[in-house]
Write a protein that binds this ligand. Structure first.
Ligand code: IPM
Ligand code: MG
Length: 354
């Protein structure tokens, strides 16, 4: 198993280091893994002058899976748009065809008090958000900024989905629902946007192949509200790129901290990019304060989805549960009476629990 490791910017290198320590435990026991490091985002701009340089592209194309920290930082915000770190992330998603982004929002019982919502609203929460990742207004052309014929400046993007794009993500979502509680909610804004009215029509058609799955539809504004009002009504949610971006951040807070949320981005052949759902947190970078759990859980997702090793994935997840149950907390999930630990100390504990 060849794994491209992209630490990226901000807290990226710190959290990746802890995930690698956890994977090293499995490697020492005989799991066949090879790690190849490459830069992405600002780190890549500094070394190669581009956020997704050919050097990195080659390594990622050859790898079976990619493990990513995070990209972005204030020092890059003034660069020309195509050179910014976020563009590197979008470019690698597109280049590797990673259209299916799985973002599980699971509440660990020990963290019920870390959520800003009442514990009874979130206890037992287990939602899987399936976000389409290589289409929508994120990639639609034309896009840009211009001065129109009246001499007025404007910015514009194109929201667009083709039938094959909607079909393939709908299949992924239905298949995931089949392995869970068989409930799928497709999120759209079909009352206003043709793109998503079309989305809904295709999802309804794909549903015919999954008669056991209970399909519902929700407008995105209502979905945002329902996620806060009664999040446990959801099992699997499927939506487009921009709505999924927003709803997955919202869902992450139900679980107490975005520092807990893993993600997998898969292509048609199960090659995947695995990254925490959170960003590069420049404010705490280099201070050994970050929560490495989302990255460690992303490594577990890698073992599950790309390497089909459910046992190893569960083992990592159980180690995380054990450490939380023992009261270890990084700052983002800290509560009085708990044991506050640094990023690397959290890594120590999880490695020991393995
Ligand atoms: C995410 C991030 C990215 C996105 C940014 C950094 C480009 O917010 O992965 O959710 O919008 O997809
Ligand atoms: Mg986002």
């Amino acid at each position: 198993m060849k794994i491209a490791v992209l630490p990226g910017d901000g807290i990226g290198p710190e959290i990746i280091a802890q995930a690698l320590r956890v994977l090293e435990v499995l490697k020492k026991e005989g799991m066949d893994m090879e790690f190849v490091e490459a830069p992405l985002g600002g780190q890549a701009y500094d070394q190669f002058g581009a956020p997704y340089p050919e050097f990195t592209q080659k390594i990622c194309r050859e790898a079976d899976a990619v493990l990513l920290g995070a990209v972005g930082g204030p020092q890059y915000d003034t660069l020309d748009r195509p050179l910014r770190p976020e563009r590197g992330l979008l470019a690698i998603r597109k280049d590797l065809g990673l259209f299916a982004n799985l973002r599980p929002a699971v509440l660990y019982p020990e963290l019920a008090n870390a959520s800003t919502l009442k514990p009874e609203v979130v206890a037992g929460l287990d939602i899987m958000i399936v976000r389409e990742l290589t289409g929508d207004v994120y990639f639609g052309q034309p896009r840009g900024m211009r001065t129109n014929e009246q001499g007025i400046r404007e910015g514009f993007n194109t929201m667009i989905y083709s039938e094959p794009e909607v079909r393939r993500i709908a299949h992924v979502a239905f298949q995931i629902a089949m392995k869970r509680k068989k409930k799928l909610c497709s999120v759209d804004k079909a009352n206003v946007l043709e793109t998503t009215e079309f989305w809904k029509e295709i999802v309804i058609d794909v549903a015919k192949e999954y008669p056991e799955v209970e399909l519902s539809h929700m407008y995105v504004d209502n979905a945002a509200m329902q996620l806060i009002r009664n999040p446990k009504q959801f099992d699997v949610m499927v939506t487009g790129n921009i709505f999924g971006d927003i709803l997955s951040d919202e869902a992450s807070m139900l679980t107490g901290s975005i520092g807990m949320l893993a993600s997998a981005s898969l292509n048609e052949t199960k090659k995947g990019l695995y990254e925490p759902s959170h960003g590069s947190a420049p404010d705490i970078a280099g201070k050994n304060l970050a929560n490495p759990i989302a990255t460690i859980l992303s490594a577990a997702m890698m073992l599950r989805y790309t390497f089909d090793n459910e046992a190893a994935a569960t083992r990592i997840e159980n180690a995380v549960k054990k450490v939380l149950a023992a009261g270890y907390r990084t700052g983002d999930i800290y509560e009085e009476g708990m044991k506050r630990v640094s990023c690397s100390e959290m890594g120590d504990q999880i490695v020991a629990a393995m």
